[in-house]
Design a protein around this ligand. Structure first.
Ligand code: TPP
Ligand code: MG
Length: 925
């Protein structure tokens, strides 16, 4: 359906790789220029001014005291709004430790960042205590570089003493009062609603109010935010202009999507907003991401989505000249709950990828809504660490703890965090210490489990009321101002509630913008011409292994990869799996699509078959031949060798997949088994993101699978689990509109068409591709060039052309590499009566094609399903009802018997089983 433009062979550009090894920082490739999607960072140079160093040397005791506050001050800070007493002075801060007396005279310059040049120790201690031990405290003395540490100390010491203008103070008071009014309104109008209100955490409005202004002033164009339930509706309807009528409609039990959309929707606490905000006259696009109930799993998705937007706008190493930096125009913000942040392992993985090439996004700003409870669990039982943010230290990220009772300090904390992210483009945390006024939801009674803390909570005024009172006393607001703000907002909500109708939303907010032209798959079966002209195939094939003349290539790679591929391309036959992949990816790049392949060691490939990156032996410089096919090539291949993570990395790739339909995102598991570390991403996004939220994704998962004696954990990608997760029907033919596709191809050309189909068609579906291991180098698993040419496409079923249909009395159905074992056995026994039919697409289940195939065998009486997986695994329970219901024939099982482990670890037992699963289907009566 997609016509390839006339392609012109162009001379490949002359490339010069530097022969010198340049390694800037731990994460860099050994390359000066980087590769597509990664540019080594310039090392920043920094020197503490000599004058400061001299002062510190001369007044070393005083300097030690200041450093002690910077390091330990947070431990005695007043950051808990529920705490009744101020902690006593820490031993680490006792003056006697430093040989100093209160009245000693000292020079501050070069040691403390105050307006004052000199003073006495007493003044210094007061300043240090106000800065490091009051309603804001900071952890930063472990930052990676001296520059960061110096900068942080200076910024904290200067920012916390900055006055706030009255306008800002008024605005945050009003936003907090509105948030409280909103909660009160919902509590009265929707008594039984679990709204996860913002009460107790209203000062998050101060964070966001300030943050949005800072984003606009720094010319940021996109804010990508993810958040859980707490205070989400307040933020949406408050600062984010989410129309309350949409909320009220949802509260009446109606869909958030227009009528006629095939979408099952989601709950109220998962509503989102994606809108242009006008902030101080500047337009900033804001996206709050879809999230499931599984706390924190949205975080890697938001990071991937952020990077996807960066790719679309050409930021940093995605740009032409690479002059911009990650996050120049796009910023990622993650809002966490205190209990969930500590408990969910995905957060460790997210931080671990945050600075890795091909995953970096220029630093996330993390806001912790730290209400000091998770459901009924207090921090003492909810974590082993002092703070809920302690994971930050795993990447040496600074943390600013702030007492939510002091919204002005929240504003200052926001400023410090923002400035740090903008300057260093690294993660930073704001830990907003607050409380939760009601139970986990408003229908829960917290006194059942947490009586003491809730007595304190119930006896204290709300944060908005307390702050409004403060501003009234300071003559910044009047009582009338306060009353008007609350009454006007409540009246507005009342009016909207009264006027709102049951009319469905008209505006389509899905498949727009960059997704315009992409459709929802229809309930029919389409075939896509994914073939490619021979001349282009040959061109791409050659280019896929062409390296600069001076690249010092590893001899074995030259022989078994480069030369062997060139020969195959020349001869046009015996094309293997990795060549098919290179042809698919290369032809898509040629058409202008981007391709991103991510996973552990994907550049070389777990089985050393891919060599998408060729490594110079003298310099270790990486070279990606497919990115240099033609001059001005726009479609690029990003090879993202990932850290050893499945959950965060797969979530990240899903995030990339929903940001543009023009990048083919491929995630490869090292072995299929290990996808299960990312099960949450599969269960909550990949399988049903479209059903719940109308989010299309073309994410492609490659899962190496197959029984070859590798033992319980390197044999199975748990195909059965994916099959169970599809919405394929047992007694009706499937269409394109299944929730995801599952294919188990047996030939390289089939793999080629599957990959190309992901981009060429006009809708997007996740593809689970059961990948091979031994087929990568199997002499029979090869394709000729004719199977890649125009008018060819993916075959959902491959019939048997080795038998005469009239001779056949038994048909064996099979999927995947087991086919070759059956075929070999049939040949060795010269059996002419058994046909072997391969089911290449499992979902959608190709009933029509299968019927056509088996109709050929008029005398066949026995139909056998043959698999190498145990009976309780593999595709058996999926294929059986579909075949029997829709083909009207009985299907017999032949494979390993039910097992607990996917495969045995004992070599001899494996051999015995492998023999049986091949022989038995032929013997079965
Ligand atoms: C992965 C996961 N486990 C359990 C739950 C059930 N659950 C929902 S909210 C919640 C408490 C979360 O506490 P916290 O992260 O502190 O956020 P808060 O509700 O206090 O704002 C729990 C356990 C969930 N949604 N997701
Ligand atoms: Mg909490």
């Amino acid at each position: 359906m997609y016509a390839l433009g006339k392609f012109v062979l162009k001379k490949s550009p002359r490339l010069r790789l530097s022969s010198s090894v340049s390694c800037t920082g731990v994460n860099s490739y050994h390359s000066e220029n980087g590769v597509y999607g990664y540019k080594p960072r310039q090392q920043r140079r920094f020197q503490v001014p000599k004058e400061y160093l001299d002062e510190r040397a001369k007044q070393s005791n005083f300097y030690r005291l200041v450093e002690a506050y910077r390091t330990h001050g947070h431990k005695q800070a007043n950051i808990d709004p529920l705490s009744m007493s101020k902690p006593s002075l820490l031993p680490e801060l006792q003056l006697s430790n430093f040989g100093l007396n209160l009245k000693d005279k000292v020079r501050f310059r070069g040691i403390l960042f105050t307006q004052q040049d000199e003073g006495i120790i007493e003044e210094a201690v007061r300043f240090l205590s106000d800065t490091y031990c009051d309603t804001v405290s900071t952890e930063f003395n472990y930052l990676e570089t001296e520059e960061e540490r110096e900068w942080f100390a200076e910024t904290v010491e200067r920012t916390l003493t900055e006055p706030l203008d009255d306008e800002t103070r008024k605005m945050i008071a009003v936003e907090m009062l509105k948030s409280q009014a909103f909660d009160n309104f919902l509590a009265i109008k929707f008594v039984s609603l679990k709204r996860y209100g913002g009460e107790g955490a209203e000062s998050m409005m101060a964070f966001f109010h300030e943050f949005f202004k800072l984003c606009a002033s720094d010319d940021l164009k996109h804010i990508i935010l993810c958040a859980a339930h707490r205070g989400r509706l307040n933020l949406l309807t408050g600062l984010l202009k989410f129309p309350p009528e949409k909320l009220f409609r949802k509260l009446r039990g109606l869909s958030e999507f227009p009528d006629m959309t095939r979408c099952t929707g989601d709950v109220v606490s998962h509503l989102i907003s994606s809108t242009d905000l006008d902030i101080d006259g500047k337009s900033v696009h804001f996206t709050m991401l879809r999230n499931p109930s599984h706390l924190e799993i949205v975080n890697p998705v938001s990071m991937g989505k952020t990077r996807g937007v960066m790719q679309t706008i050409g930021e940093d190493a995605y740009g032409q000249d690479g002059s911009s930096r990650w996050s120049d125009r796009v910023i990622n913000v993650q809002v966490h709950g205190d209990a969930a942040y500590t408990g969910q392992g995905v957060n460790q993985e997210c931080l671990a990828i945050s600075k890795v090439p091909h995953f970096e996004i220029g630093g996330t700003i993390h806001l912790m809504i730290n209400n000091q409870v998770g459901f009924t669990t207090p921090p003492s039982k909810g974590r082993s660490s002092r703070y809920c943010t302690d994971l930050a230290k795993s990447i040496s990220a600074p943390v600013i703890h702030v007492n939510g009772d002091n919204p002005e300090m929240v504003v200052r904390a926001t400023r410090i965090a923002f400035k740090y992210q903008r300057l260093f483009r690294k993660d930073v945390f704001v830990d907003l210490n607050c409380f939760r006024r009601w139970g986990h939801n408003e229908l829960d009674d917290p006194l059942m489990t947490n009586p003491l803390i809730y007595k304190i909570i119930h006896n204290r005024p709300s944060i908005p009321d307390r702050y409004a009172e403060e501003l009234i006393n300071a003559n910044i607001l009047t009582r009338e101002n306060v009353r008007n703000s609350v009454e006007n907002y409540t009246a507005w909500l009342n009016r909207i509630l009264k006027e709102s109708t049951e009319e469905a939303p008209r505006q389509r907010d899905y498949l727009t913008g960059r997704w315009t032209g992409i459709k929802q798959a229809e309930a029919n079966v389409t075939q896509w011409n994914t073939g490619v002209e021979l001349s282009l195939l040959k061109f791409v094939g050659k280019k896929s292994v062409e390296v600069p003349a001076d690249l010092d290539i590893y001899p074995q790679v030259l022989k078994s990869h480069v030369q062997s591929r060139l020969k195959k391309i020349e001869n046009g036959n015996a094309l293997d799996w990795s060549t098919a992949e290179a042809l698919a990816i290369g032809s898509l790049l040629y058409q202008g699509y981007n391709v991103r392949i991510s996973g552990q060691d994907v550049g070389r490939g777990t089985f050393a078959h891919r060599h998408a990156i060729i490594v110079d032996q003298s310099t270790e410089a990486p070279f990606i031949p497919l990115n240099f096919m033609i001059n001005d090539q726009t479609g690029k291949l990003e090879v993202a060798n990932s850290i050893l993570s499945e959950e965060a990395v797969l979530g990240f790739e899903y995030g990339m997949s929903i940001s543009s339909p023009y990048t083919l995102p491929i995630w490869e598991a090292q072995f299929g088994d290990f996808f299960n570390g990312a099960q949450i991403v599969i269960d909550t996004y990949i399988t049903n993101g479209e059903a719940k939220w109308m989010l299309s994704s073309g994410l492609t998962m490659l899962l190496p699978h197959g029984y070859d004696g590798a033992g319980p954990e390197h044999s199975s990608c748990r195909l059965e689990r994916f099959l169970q997760l599809t919405n394929s029907k047992e007694n009706e033919a499937d269409s394109d509109d299944v929730n995801m596709e599952i294919a188990n191809p047996t030939e390289p050309a089939q793999y080629f068409h599957l990959l190309r189909k992901q981009m060429v068609r006009d809708y997007r579906k996740p593809l689970i591709l059961i990948g091979p291991k031994i087929l990568l180098r199997h002499s029979q698993a090869v394709s000729s060039m004719t199977h890649f040419e125009p008018q060819t496409s993916f075959k959902t079923v491959i019939g048997d052309d080795k038998v005469k249909s009239d001779d056949v009395n038994k048909v064996i159905l099979v999927s995947g590499k087991h086919y070759y074992a059956l075929k070999d056995y049939r040949e060795s026994t010269e059996n002419k009566n058994v046909a072997i039919v391969r089911i290449e697409s499992l979902c959608p289940f190709p009933i029509q094609e299968l019927l056509e195939e088996i109709e050929k065998y008029k005398h066949a009486r026995i139909f056998v399903w043959s698999q190498e997986e145990p009976r309780n695994m593999g595709a058996w329970s999926f294929v059986k009802p579909r075949f029997e219901n829709l083909c009207g024939r009985q299907l017999k099982y032949c494979g390993r018997e039910t097992m607990a482990a996917p495969a045995v670890g004992d070599g001899q037992m494996h051999q015995q089983e492998a023999k049986e699963v091949v022989v038995k289907p032929f013997a079965m009566k």
